[in-house]
Design a protein. Structure first.
Length: 131
């Protein structure tokens, strides 16, 4: 079983506070205006352009992209952040998982990363010639 971080240790306790992720929006283009990237919302861009003129891209809006809409950039950067993936998993485990040793181990593993950096996936790839 994995020990809970800081159990019995003096000093600060773990927190997800510094690990929030910025809000993300789909990248959107406006028909007839090439090279300008907007942040997509529900049926419109953050700057207010309506849906029938929009074309969705397969990537997320990047506020620092030189061709990004200045108004969308300001609104996207001002949007509230969201909990990191580890915090969302932690909350899901607390809310829905049965109290069992595996749940305890998973919670401790998620808490282990105080900075909120993504937990490493521990998988192994087949070595060349092993298949």
């Amino acid at each position: 079983m994995i020990d809970t971080p800081d159990s019995g240790a003096s000093g600060p306790t773990w927190s997800f506070a510094g690990a929030c992720e910025p809000a993300d929006y789909p990248a959107v283009g406006v028909l007839g205006v090439p090279g300008v990237q907007h942040a997509g919302g529900t049926g419109r861009t953050l700057c207010g352009i309506r849906g029938r003129y929009l074309r969705r891209f397969l990537n997320l809006f990047e506020p620092q992209y030189p061709g990004s809409c200045h108004k969308c950039r300001a609104l996207a950067e001002a949007a509230p952040s969201r909990p990191c993936g580890q915090e969302r998993l932690h909350d899901l485990l607390l809310r829905d998982a049965d109290d069992a040793p595996l749940r305890t181990d998973l919670l401790a593993g998620v808490r282990r990363s105080r900075s909120g950096s993504p937990a490493r996936q521990r998988t192994s790839s087949p070595t060349p010639g092993s298949i």
